[in-house]
Design a protein. Structure first.
Length: 285
């Protein structure tokens, strides 16, 4: 077998299964399922020894990937992304509407990152990967990890709710000036807070509101479901909008406006925002 890539594990806080740790550390295979297949075929070794999916990584090991015919380098996606911030640990990019963050399709933000970001010089550098999701029609800021330790730490920040996300949306109908929603999603607790920033009259919708949204949990389609539940769906939402009030052909008016967190390595206070898309401005001018 021919050695393709190797990776030296940095110091980590607690042991983690290799099938979890190895996701993203190799450029030729990046998914959990591909890692598991390679492990079962003996193509991934730790300190030159063949291991199983049950192997725990503790720090300091050398993980090697060997060549197999089925494993091929992915085609490179040519898609220009706006990079808001970048260092050797992480990056923040702007996600346009109408593109998936990741998944089985070729045209995704994940597949475009390697062409838009600089390769990290850190010893545990990996193929850059998003550490959270934005819906297909949603625009805004997306946080990216560039090293295996950074991805682990950023995921921990999200788990501990230490990353503050703010969204802007345009909603339909009369609303209170501010409030909270605790409508459960998939039988799980979920919390969102909103504040109306501006309101304009609308002949078709009675009124439209520019709303600041702060989710405290991260359920699938949480903000869209919460606003629909209180009778103020997001403009352009075909899944959760009211019958007869769907705006066709204009997209979803939901924008990931800002991110705020402490850098997991430099400990610097990080704050970034991206102004609302032009279609927002056309309504609130």
């Amino acid at each position: 077998m021919k050695l393709i890539e190797s990776h030296i594990v940095p110091s980590i806080e607690k042991p983690i299964r290799i099938q979890e740790y190895a996701v993203g550390i190799f450029t030729t295979i990046s998914t959990k399922s591909a890692i598991k297949k390679a492990l079962k075929k003996g193509l991934i070794k730790v300190n030159d020894g063949v291991v199983t999916t049950a192997k725990y990584i503790v720090g300091g090991e050398t993980i090697s990937l060997f060549e197999i015919e089925q494993i091929t380098t992915q085609k490179k996606l040519k898609l220009k992304l706006e990079v808001i911030f970048e260092d050797d640990y992480l990056a923040i990019v702007y996600k346009p509407a109408g593109i998936l963050v990741s998944g089985n399709k070729f045209k995704t933000i994940s597949n475009a990152l390697i062409q838009n970001l600089k390769k990290s010089i850190k010893i545990d550098a990996v193929k850059p990967q998003p550490v959270h999701r934005l819906d297909y029609p949603t625009t805004g800021l997306l946080l990216i990890g560039k090293t295996s330790s950074s991805i682990l730490k950023l995921n921990k920040l999200f788990e501990n709710k230490e990353i503050q996300k703010v969204y802007h949306a345009i909603t339909i109908g009369d609303m209170k000036s501010s409030g909270s929603v605790d409508f459960t999603i998939d039988k799980k607790e979920s919390f969102s807070y909103y504040k109306v920033l501006n309101t304009v009259p609308s002949e078709r919708f009675k009124c439209l509101n520019l709303v600041k949204l702060t989710p405290k949990t991260g359920r699938k389609h949480q903000l869209r479901k919460h606003l629909s539940a209180i009778g103020n769906p997001i403009l352009g939402d075909k899944l959760y909008g009211k019958d007869g009030f769907i705006l066709n052909g204009k997209g979803l008016y939901l924008h990931a406006y800002s991110l705020e967190f402490e850098h997991p390595f430099t400990k610097e206070k990080m704050y970034f925002h991206k102004d609302n898309p032009k279609n927002f401005d056309k309504i609130f001018t």
